[in-house]
Design a protein around this ligand. Structure first.
Ligand code: ATP
Ligand code: MG
Length: 477
């Protein structure tokens, strides 16, 4: 179907007809514009409708909310000259057509009333710049002054005006370009991309919160690697996340190289993304080798090594998350843990797996064991098919063992079978070091398989350990 026809049909719905009535009553030109129109053509679901009014957006919004009646919720932002109506899960944003002029040091433009053309000139990309009329006489007629339809057809991100001006005016648009290229799997037009590279340093005037918003949208895409390659090629990555750029490149000593850890990381990230929507598991994938450049060594005997890069990486997470304005609570703890543990299942898969090694892995990974296994499998990116096949087979064995041992010993959500209170009561102790030592000894014995994870054996073991420490049960307990 022709794009124009598709848009006409898509907006032939009560909520748009009611908007049309309101536009007539107010006597002002109204258009639906931007992401909503783009997403109709791309068959993407969207709940945000942007409406441009050549006149007062607020007045139209107020009248619209009144017309919808009960269930409509109106919010007016006088400072910005915008208003929002929420109705049955939809959000309609109203803005007066505006003309913007920027000064060099701020993202905040001077805003004046303008025409529809002015408004279309200030938008970021041609694909976001298609307007459809809501007025009765011209309902559904499309205004596409910059070739947005053609760019959707050819899957191209392009600025409507000179890209140097578009990006310099609002450098956040550079992040948006890369984010859309990733989400939609579109290409950035060469001229537009070169302008991003030329203007990348201007990203410094954008707040961390806005940058991380775009990065997380990249992360949530089907193939996040697209975005990180573009960030890298444009020079933005080096400015935003230098620790990740540092993974790039291959050093050679005496003809021996190592793999490029940046591209390896991106493959791992895509592998994880194919298996899981969990944003934080994806962050763990992006961060899993972040410690490598710091600990990289070469010596004649071992060649290239990255000893303890998992531990070093885990240590770096807090600083990186803080700088990027990422949450520092449970999410960060989870990423840290996975980065720290990401070598463990691989080591198990290489060796003969003992039950106690499996129990220790279950204990350390806890409820995140399944995510850790996913990450670890995604980490196998070798091009050597035999090696990959061998790993996969061994991984299967590790998984099977994890299942058996968990069923038997319940280590994943480990609770001490004998509580601290009971230890204190039995030996007449107050909270003190020996109580912790006894509990620790019981836990170790369970992980080593000396006793099963059950109350009776744990109790008897406690008596034995305590006796070795010179403690006897007090009478009556
Ligand atoms: P999504 O909702 O998926 O993030 P979108 O294109 O709808 O994508 P919004 O941030 O909702 O993005 O913005 C709506 C419209 O406003 C865009 O389609 C675009 O026309 C315009 N726009 C948004 N941000 C900018 C910007 N920084 N510079 C220029 N125009 C912008
Ligand atoms: Mg939107």
């Amino acid at each position: 179907m022709e794009f124009a026809e598709k848009i006409k049909q898509a907006i032939d719905k009560p909520i748009f007809r009611q908007l049309s009535d309101v536009a007539e009553e107010e006597g002002v030109p109204c258009y639906v514009v931007g992401g909503y129109v783009r997403d109709i053509i791309l068959n993407r679901p969207s709940k945000d409708i942007d409406v441009v009014v050549v006149g007062s957006g607020i007045a139209v919004a107020e009248r619209y909310a009144k017309k919808l009646g009960k269930g409509a919720h109106l919010a007016v932002f006088r400072n910005f000259g915008t208003a929002q109506v929420k109705y049955r899960g939809m959000e309609v944003e109203f803005v007066g057509a505006r003309k913007e002029s920027y000064s060099r040091n701020s993202r905040k433009p001077v805003v004046e009333d303008g025409t529809l053309e002015d408004d279309q000139n200030r938008r970021d990309f041609t694909i976001n710049d298609i307007a459809a009329s809501l007025n009765r006489d011209s309902f559904g007629e499309v205004l596409d002054p910059f070739g947005g339809f053609d760019d959707i057809k050819s899957k191209t991100i392009r600025t409507p005006l000179d890209p140097d001006i578009t990006f310099s005016d609002d450098p956040l648009r550079m992040m948006r370009a890369i984010r859309f290229a990733t989400q939609l799997q579109f290409d950035i037009a060469p001229q537009t991309f070169r302008a991003i590279a030329r203007n990348c340093k201007r990203i410094s005037i954008i707040s961390g919160e806005r940058i991380i918003d775009e990065i997380n949208k990249i992360m949530k895409s089907k193939y996040p690697s697209i975005g990180f390659r573009l960030l890298d090629e444009s020079g933005l990555l080096e400015l935003i996340l230098p620790e990740l750029s540092a993974l790039k490149g291959v050093d050679n000593v005496e003809g021996k190289g190592h793999k490029d850890n940046f591209f390896h990381t991106l493959t791992v990230l895509d592998n994880v993304a194919l298996k899981s929507d969990n944003l934080w598991l994806r962050w763990a994938a992006l961060m899993h080798d972040i410690g490598k450049p710091v600990v990289k060594r070469y010596d004649n005997k071992n060649g290239w090594t990255f000893h303890n890069h998992n531990y070093m990486g885990a240590k770096m997470i807090h600083r990186i998350f803080k700088k990027l304005r990422l949450p520092l609570g449970e999410e960060m703890k989870y990423v840290k843990k996975l980065v720290d543990l990401h070598m463990r299942p691989i080591v198990l898969a290489e060796d003969i797996v003992t039950d106690s090694a499996i129990r220790r892995l279950l204990f350390d990974a806890g409820v995140d064991i399944e995510d850790l296994m996913l990450l670890c499998e995604a980490d196998i990116t070798s091009r050597n098919r035999e090696k990959v096949a061998r790993f996969r087979e061994n991984f299967g064995i590790v998984r099977q063992k994890l299942k058996e041992i968990e069923e038997k010993d319940r280590i994943r959500e480990f609770q001490p079978p004998v509580s601290g209170e009971e230890v204190m009561e039995v030996f007449g102790l107050s909270p003190s070091r020996p109580v912790g030592d006894i509990k620790e000894a019981i836990k170790e014995a369970i992980l080593d398989g000396i006793i099963p994870n059950e109350y009776e054996p744990a109790y008897n073991y406690m008596i034995k350990v305590a006796a070795e420490m010179g403690l006897k049960p007090v009478k009556g307990s």
